[in-house]
Each structure stands twice: as C-alpha cells, then as structure tokens.
Design a protein around this ligand. Structure first.
Ligand SMILES: C[S@@+](CC[C@H](N)C(=O)[O-])C[C@H]1O[C@@H](n2cnc3c(N)ncnc32)[C@H](O)[C@@H]1O
Length: 252
C-alpha cells in the first residue's frame, strides 16, 4: 500500500508532557477512588481535582495531536485554494518543518518551484529534518518541484521581490522576541514580489502580525479564525494556543 506523507506532531515535548501528566493524574484518581473513604469534604476535593487534571491534560494532548494530524492539513488545503494558481510560481514556505505547506503548494505547480526553509528544531516538530521534508515530497510525488534549504527566517537567503507566494504555518511564534518576529515578517515581505500572495498561519500574536504586515504594505488582508473555537482555546490554553491565518497581497 502507498505510504502517505507524515507531517509529524508539533511541539512533541509539550504533547508528551500532557499525556504523561494526564495518565499520572488518571492513575492517582483510580487509586484514590479505590483507597480513599467515600465521604468527607477533603477526600471528595482530592478526587475532583485529580479528575480535572486528568481530563484537562489528556484533552490538551489529544487536541494537539488532532490539530497536527487533521486540522492543519484540512486548513492548509482550504488556505492554498484561496490562491489562483498558474503553476509557474516560485513559492517559499518559511519554517517548513516536514513540508506541510511546501508539499501542498508543490501539488499545485507545474513548472514552478516550492522552496522550504527551516532550521529544523527538534522541539518544534517531531523528527524534524530536511530529509523528512524531502521524504514527504517524494511520497506526494512532487520532489521534482521541491527545494529544501537550511535558513533562519530572520535572514532569508533570497533576493528582494523574488517570490510569488510566501507561506508559513505555525512557525513564527517560535521566535520569542517581538523584534525577531517582526524581523521574520519583514523578511517575508521583502522577498515577496509586488502583487504576490502571503499566507501566514500561527497560534499566537494574531493582531500584532496583522498590524505589522499591513504597515509593510500587505493589502486585501483577511484574518481567518473561528470565533467560538478561538474563545474556548483562549481560555483552556491561557492565551497561548489560538490558531488563525492571515492572507493578503503585497501592494503594487
Ligand atoms: C511547529 S513547526 C511547523 C512546521 C510546518 N510549518 C508545519 O506546519 O508542519 C515550526 C517550525 O518552525 C521552525 N523554526 C523555528 N524557528 C525558526 C527560525 N528562526 N527560522 C526558520 N525556521 C524556524 C522549526 O524548526 C519548525 O520546523
């Protein structure tokens, strides 16, 4: 049977923490239910707290896996289909990891190239490597349209206005300093041709990105997110996990 591309799990260490923490809380809850007395305020409180921890931690772990494996791929296809592809575009996926956006774009190209750049941080994606990105391109049968390069998003090794479509998924938030994130956005807009498209998705800093990109000349800006999901995730993640996408064109 033909193998499908595998785009890995984002933040695998955090995901592991949620599952180990959740299973530990669940085990303690089972022990408490078996061994602690059925009555008494504090015994009940301990059981409720353990149940809340188990549900929260396991739920967050499952959510992370679901989003890495299902939501991101569905969202990628929706976002890429907002572009009117000619097939000859030069595409850049910034922080490509194992190539989710890069491969999706390459599937829409004929003579164009889809370039992925990354510094391959193991903590940001499971089995993150240039070989992993190329393997996914091979499995999707687009390796002839793919170029994978090691480069920092704060200093993209491309000429000004040389790229037709700039893509980036869930990568920029990994830069912890605001100035670094702005620098990455400056670089994306520098290499983008006038009239070129940008699709930037991430999990934090929605308003700051939109404001900065507009100040750099991004027009027809759309900010895409589900208000209900955003509100719920904002609460359960304490503001650190609010997936969204920004799309727009560089002004002529
Ligand atoms: C959560 S992963 C997302 C990967 C891919 N875009 C996807 O959606 O599957 C974030 C990626 O950003 C990359 N990254 C982090 N800091 C970077 C930097 N300064 N320059 C380039 N890539 C970076 C990480 O190595 C990782 O591959």
């Amino acid at each position: 049977m033909a193998k499908n591309p595998n785009y890995g799990i984002d933040a695998p260490g955090l995901c592991r923490f949620f599952f180990i923490g959740g299973l530990t809380a669940l085990t303690l809850l089972c022990l408490a239910l078996m061994w602690l007395p059925q009555s008494g305020f504090w015994f009940l409180a301990i059981k409720i707290i353990l149940a809340i921890f188990a549900i929260y931690l396991l739920g967050m772990g499952c959510l992370m896996i679901y989003d890495s494996k299902i939501t991101k791929i569905a969202t990628r296809d929706q976002l890429l289909s907002t572009i009117h592809w000619l097939g000859d575009e030069q595409v850049l996926d910034v922080g490509c990891g194992r190539g989710l956006m890069m491969v999706g774009a390459a599937q829409r190209l004929t003579t164009g190239k889809s370039i992925g750049v990354d510094i391959w941080q193991a903590e940001d994606q499971s089995a993150n490597s240039p070989a992993g990105a190329m393997e996914n391109a091979r499995l999707a049968k687009v390796e002839d349209r793919i170029i994978v390069q090691t480069a920092d998003m704060r200093k993209l090794p491309f000429a000004d206005q040389s790229i037709d479509v700039v893509l980036s998924a869930w990568a920029v938030h990994n830069l912890k300093q605001n100035t670094d994130r702005e620098c990455a956005l400056n670089e994306m807009m520098r290499v983008l041709k006038k009239g070129g498209f940008l699709i930037l998705s991430d999990i934090e800093h929605r308003e700051a990105y939109a404001k900065h990109l507009k100040s750099l000349g991004l027009v027809d800006v759309k900010i895409i997110f589900s208000p209900i999901r955003d509100t719920i995730l904002n609460i359960v993640s304490f503001g650190s996990y609010r997936p969204f996408a920004i799309t727009g064109r560089k002004a002529h």
